[in-house]
Design a protein around this ligand. Sequence first.
Ligand SMILES: [Zn+2]
Length: 447
Amino acid sequence: MRRLRSIFLLFLIFCLISSCVVSDASSKIPASFHSSDIVKNVPYRYNLRVNPDNTARMLRETREAKGQRIGVGDKAVIALRFDDWQNTFRAQVFPELKKRELPASMALISEFQNIHWGAQCTWSDIIHWNRGGLEIWSHGTDHRDYKDFNRLVENIVGSKKEIESHDIKVQGFILPGVTKYYNQRPYGLLVRPEDYSEIPGRLIQQTYALSEAYAWGSIRQLPSTRYHGANHLTISDGWVQYDEIIRSIDEVIQDKTGLELMIHCGNLGLPGNLSLEDFLKVLDYLQAKRSDGILEILTPSGLMFADHSEHRLRLLDLDLTLPYSAKPSFTPDRFQNDGSQLAASLRLSGDGTSQLKLEMDRLIRKKADGESYEALVQTAGSTGKLTLRIHDGRGNLLSKTTTSDLEDNGQKRLVFIIPPGCDKITLTITAESAQPMDLLWTKVQKI
Ligand SMILES: [Zn+2]
């Protein structure tokens, strides 16, 4: 009996030692393992069941922030997305987007300054682009495969916190393409809808209302009901040439559907890829189709809520041909109306001394803070220079456009993003022209 007990004890000790060896070895070896393996290391505070209530709440809040839906009427929708490559974006792309007042998104890793493609940029660049109409999506922390669950959490949850700490609203998560090192299926790959049931996909759905990956086709039917896994068309990397890109845009316009075009700025102009010149021609093409009134350019988060209704969230919608008494938010001494209340339009003197200033407030209650908008001004076919500025409640300039190139229909546009927590903004319109400039209407609407 005693002998039996000591054999049993010896056996127990052997089991203990061998299990120690195994677990020790497995923690050291960066061998490939399936995402499901890391569930063993999930700290107890992470409940990896997707909580439907939480997911529904995040979606409800996001939908509210978009004005429930973004009605584009009979038009098609294109959205632009820029992944990584902040240095090139600053030097070659952002000025071109502003020149055409095109909104877009950026997939941003929170540690962008540690990577060669972003090392020359700072958080103040990111904030500047953001206020000028570039919405930010998290792209993880470092664009690398993750060693363990904690690093996965850092990539999905930590990156969002870091970006938000710089006063920027994060619209969603964009799957980074990582080189496999620790995992067979980094992030669960997210190439099929069911991949979202693995741990990384579940963590993404718990943290973000929206995410983009490869789980669905790139053409978006409007309205879309898919908030996770939407795909895109990459136009910078040589997979499609200029003519095919234009053909894709034309098809989307014809079918009145939606499409997101993705660009790696640093890949433009490399052998076999789209040249920078052709890329700018694509931007010109988009701008021309928008001017023609057959295409809307929305932000990528806006595209997810677009439909063919006329419903559109507007912070301002003002007929400037009405008499003074019907223009409640005007300050009459700030502009001249040709000395008469009977003029058919609001008239700016053209010498830059008269300006129209319009306030929009209670933005937090409207869930408008952190969100992208466009200001539109319609002139009576005037020529000259029109300047649009958006300031926050403290008088800081958020976004500005000035140009003599009014679009064909005499419109001027300014895209911008309201900072998180900002409750009031002001739109200022100034004219510099040989003749007084007549304004017919102005709108500030959700994109
Ligand atoms: Zn990337």
